[in-house]
Design a protein around this ligand. Structure first.
Ligand code: MG
Length: 389
């Protein structure tokens, strides 16, 4: 029986993770849960999974949780960063599923690594912001970082412990988002409602916008570099609108290994939980004849500059990926509030990156400093580009 801690249990990945627990009640047991703000759903999860401890983002959220749970109130580990760390380092947890949104999960993941927990990682910011720190800590503690993101999970399956010297390149697939094929003029006019319609995956608003700008793929390129120890030049992106091929690995002899499957996050989550074993799935088989045509094309870098900006930040290294990520969050927030146009998102990020003086990512403080600076700078840059309504 593997004991599971879930950071971000009420989000889309967290709910899928609990569905995996439901499918394997004799193999997986929930010991701790952390949620952001959704007290009523966390109360339902508490009643169903009986975790030993829980945490929420704020004390006010915990008050709502307690009144929703009544007599069945769980032990609360705390609020904010301290609560998240307590859930992630719960003594009986074997595996920590990190699916909390944004940058809050960083300290919690580092604490879980120090505590020797296996990390099942869905949160992109952890490796984008602090890949050097996280991977060094994982190596030092002998801890496995298993990616839950469908593309990296696919690469992990294709690599299958193969020596790096045998790998020529990694090919990440991208759906291309809802605006694949749009003209530059049409892209200037798209708003949040159209951008939130993702063709193949159901996800939260931030990652759905990131899929539309291709920044999501850019962040995944950076993650792939850290997870698999592969340079930017060995990571390619191909547009694959059907999202059936989740990613590929090309070996030095020219052979290409791909991982395919239905578009359902329960599959990569279950793989991370079962690894190195395979468990019988609760998912339908992939019906290739029904999937029909599988298409592949190059990404349009001029129309979707965020992907190029991500490569640039990875090649420059140091704190530049931190700045890319922070400026993107600010710009996407402004876009969702209808204050910024779609094509102004990469402009805000580029302006912020151009103005940044990079420093090495040697401490978490350096990461936080660059993150704070970039958010402030990007907010000003976004205000300058703001739409006049
Ligand atoms: Mg992905």
């Amino acid at each position: 029986m593997k004991k599971v801690a879930i950071l971000g249990s009420t989000g889309s990945i967290g709910r899928s993770a609990l569905a995996v627990v439901d499918a394997h009640p004799t193999r997986l047991k929930v010991v701790s849960l952390a949620a952001g703000d959704n007290a009523s759903l966390l109360a339902e999860q508490v009643a169903r999974y009986r975790p030993e401890v829980v945490a929420m983002a704020t004390g006010e959220g915990i008050d709502r949780l307690r009144s929703a749970c009544g007599a069945g109130s769980p032990t609360v580990a705390g609020a904010g960063a301290a609560g998240l760390i307590a859930v992630a380092t719960h003594p009986s947890a074997d595996i920590v599923i990190c699916a909390s949104a944004g940058t809050a999960g960083l300290e919690a993941v580092l604490a879980a690594i120090e505590a020797g927990k296996t990390i099942a990682l869905a949160n992109k910011e952890v490796l984008v912001m602090a890949g050097a720190l996280v991977m060094a800590a994982a190596r030092r503690r002998g801890v496995a970082i298993l990616p839950i993101d469908s593309e990296h999970n696919a690469v992990h399956q294709c690599l299958h412990e193969r020596p790096r010297a045998e790998v020529r390149r990694i090919i990440l697939t991208a759906s291309g988002g809802p605006f694949r094929g749009y003209s530059p003029e049409a892209l200037e006019r798209v708003g949040p409602d159209a951008a939130l319609q993702h063709p193949t995956w159901q996800m939260g608003p931030k990652i759905t916008i990131d899929s539309a700008t291709l920044m999501n793929k850019g962040l995944e390129v950076i993650e792939a570099h850290w997870l698999f120890g592969i340079s930017a030049d060995q990571i390619d992106v191909v547009i694959h609108p059907q999202s059936i091929v989740h990613s590929l690995v090309e070996l030095i002899d020219g052979s290409v290994i791909a991982q395919l499957g239905v578009t359902d996050m329960r599959l990569p989550i279950q793989y991370a939980c079962s690894y190195p074993e395979r468990w019988d799935g609760s998912l339908p088989s992939l019906d290739l004849a029904r999937a029909g045509r599988l298409e592949f094309s190059d990404p349009h870098l001029e129309r979707f500059p965020c992907l190029g900006l991500a490569y640039r930040s990875l090649r420059a290294g140091e704190t530049l990926p931190v700045v890319l990520n922070a400026a993107n969050e600010v710009a996407v927030g402004a876009f969702l509030e209808r204050k910024l146009g779609f094509m102004a998102i990469p402009r805000v990020i580029q302006k912020t990156m151009d103005a940044h003086t990079a420093e090495p990512v040697s401490t978490l403080q350096a990461v936080r400093r660059a993150d704070r600076w970039a958010r402030e700078y990007a907010r000003d840059a976004a205000r300058e580009l703001e739409l006049t309504v």
